[in-house]
Design a protein around this ligand. Structure first.
Ligand code: SAM
Length: 347
């Protein structure tokens, strides 16, 4: 019987954790000493809301996370770090020598791993140039990779020197694959079998008729980069993530009342979406100005949560089918909507 990718990944993680000096994975940034956190016995959020508890801390996440009262209680972390691309973030200097940037990356990843609960998930949004290092570091910390997703967008920066960049990696790691929080039903979408091929086998299923979990490449309406006159865009913020992206991650990997954390809050997308769908949340942001503006957004609420419900991500036009066949598939979108928004509010 084949072992399956998750078991293989779990075994590898355990092997890497137990590796001795000769077999340990070594990365370039290891030559610098780890960051020593400025740990405090009590820290106060700069901004806070109740029901659900929503807290925004100002500071370097490498210092804030070890001082939080929530150690080992965080159910889901979504991290979208600075990419070291000289982006003019308000206060953070986004242009370290590469070795320092790698060290910085391992330090904040460690701080995240240390606050995760045993059923917790860690998602990292990261471009090509650092994705491999993040994957290897988390594997050698003993985490298991569940998915290597891709966020695909169409408006990459034009260039002729190489293929145009049109993706960022969305890396999904967990502490314990068998204990993780995972809600497949909460993120299902109409399948291509139902919306393009009208395959009768999908109607014959006992549950989730015409639906499936999304594939690991994410794109579509509302999934574009937040720039230009995009309605979600917040002034003075850079590299905002679309609300639908956070909605998918949060619904899939947390339950109502669970605790979600974002160590690089930016414009506040994670906490804004988390709060709107009933999760407690913590955001950490280096810039006091960004944190204030993110808090304003959290209070205002998201503008696109729920808009992608029931929509298909198929890229082909529906095949020819009789009107009768098409009619029998007509409610598949409604089924996805029911899965995302059940009447008992349990999603
Ligand atoms: C890529 S942006 C995050 C964007 C966010 N995902 C959104 O949707 O708006 C990175 C943010 O992290 C902040 N930042 C950079 N280094 C930090 C650190 N060490 N600790 C906390 N925040 C930091 C920057 O000021 C910036 O606002």
């Amino acid at each position: 019987m084949p072992k399956g990718a998750i078991t293989v990944g779990r075994d590898l993680a355990l092997t890497l954790v137990q590796a001795d000096d000769d077999t340990a994975v070594r990365l370039h940034g290891d030559q610098l000493p780890p960051h020593t956190p400025k740990k405090k016995t009590s820290i106060k959020p700069r901004h806070q809301l109740k029901e659900p508890d929503t807290r925004v801390y100002v500071g370097d996440c490498r210092d804030v996370l070890p001082s939080l009262p929530d150690s080992k209680k965080v159910d889901l972390i979504f991290a979208d770090p600075p990419f070291n691309w000289d982006v003019p973030y308000d206060e953070w200097k986004d242009g370290m020598p590469r070795t320092e940037y790698e060290r910085f990356t391992y330090d904040w990843l460690d701080a995240c791993v240390n606050v995760l609960s045993p059923c917790g998930s860690l998602w990292v949004n990261i471009p090509d140039d650092t994705a491999a290092e993040v994957v290897l570091h988390l594997k050698r910390r003993g985490l298991t990779m569940m998915n290597w997703c891709i966020w695909h967008f169409r408006f990459g920066q034009n260039r002729k020197s190489s293929f145009i960049m049109s993706k960022v990696h969305a890396l999904y790691f967990v502490m314990e694959p068998l204990e993780r929080i995972w809600n497949a039903e909460a993120v299902m979408e109409p399948s291509d079998r139902a919306t393009v091929y009208f395959d009768p086998r999908t109607l014959a299923k006992d549950e989730h008729v015409g639906l499936r979990v999304p594939m690991d490449v994410w794109y579509g309406q509302y999934w574009g980069r937040i720039q230009g006159n995009n309605k979600e865009r917040r002034a003075l913020h850079h590299n905002q993530i679309p609300e639908v992206y956070l909605e998918r991650v949060i619904r899939a990997c947390s339950n109502e009342g669970d605790l979600v954390l974002d160590p690089f809050l930016g414009s506040g997308t994670t906490c804004t979406v988390a709060r709107a769908i009933g999760r407690r949340s913590i955001g950490v942001e280096y810039s006091a100005g960004n944190a204030k503006s993110a808090f304003e957004r959290i209070k205002e609420g998201p503008i696109r949560v729920g808009l992608a419900k029931g929509t298909s991500s198929a890229i082909f036009q529906p095949r020819k089918a009789s009107a009768k066949t098409k009619a029998s598939f007509a409610d598949v979108g409604g089924a996805a909507e029911d899965a995302l928004f059940p009447e008992d509010g349990s999603a």
